[in-house]
Design a protein around this ligand. Sequence first.
Ligand SMILES: [Zn+2]
Ligand SMILES: [Zn+2]
Length: 349
Amino acid sequence: MQAAVYHGIEDIRIETVPTPEPGPDEAVMRVGAAGICGTDLRIYGNGHHRIPEGETRILGHELAGEIVAVGANVTALKPGMRVGIAPNMGCGHCPQCVAGWTNLCADYTAFGISLNGAFAEYMLITQEAIEQGNIVPIPADVPMHVAALAEPLSCVMNGQDAVNIRPGDSVMVVGAGPIGLMHVQLARLSGARQVIMSELSDTRLEEAAAQGADVLINPARDDVKARVLEATDGEGANVVIIAAPAARAQEEALDWVSRQGRINLFGGLPKDRPTIQFNSNLVHYKQLMVTGTTGSNVRQYRASMGLIVAGRIKLDEIARPRLPLDQIHEGIARSKSGKDMRVLIEPSA
Ligand SMILES: [Zn+2]
Ligand SMILES: [Zn+2]
């Protein structure tokens, strides 16, 4: 089969590699679509501690496909089934796994990171992925490129679960990339009375408006705090979600949020500059809650796929461009440029 094989930093090669064959407790799927995520870009640019030097890996963890072969002991899956897969598996017995947070297991495995992922025509599905409930069937009318985005949507859900959006809340999202737009849709679904979007690109602000953002702020020309206060009758936003690697926004969120407000630091900061100035008196006197989230658990993945299947969240506009496997380098470049939405690779196209 054809695969985009990661050999090391900034070294991904399109190669012919053996097509995986399932062991007795495994399955193989034909990849329908796989999103290029910030994590893939970080591995491409900086490497990853779960990919030791000298080892190769097929990246890609936002994925959907069709089962083509199953091992003799596998009863839950059948060839022809269309599935999405939550990419993280845990050890099964540590406190985080027991609580259902396999994504926070110190001893995790994950497709596209410690296991081969979806930037290939076929992917091996491991026994633990099947047994831990990571494989989620999808109906025929949900396209692969949309189903693949259940994974980033589940990360968005994890961020919003942490800040507990309630009907009537004013919700501010910083960053109108694909993730920010998913935050807009999910916040509206959770009952936000208003979604405020702050974003430096006017094109992206327009996309946010099309996805349901009500108040558009461009920090390049607007006084963000003044605009937020104006939009919220001087109260500030009840929830602020920073969906961009923006240290300044993380600091200033304390000014934009209302008393008893909740903040989610959704995006990580660059590895070499992770420290911010944080006015802890604002957290204290405004009685704030500041949360961080990373990835998602299998429950959130299933719930996200449920929203997609039910048509409550629409990701078609966010799933673009869609490129064949041999254009993965183009895909990486376009993903980095920040001009496109979620770039997807379609290896079987
Ligand atoms: Zn991802
Ligand atoms: Zn564990």
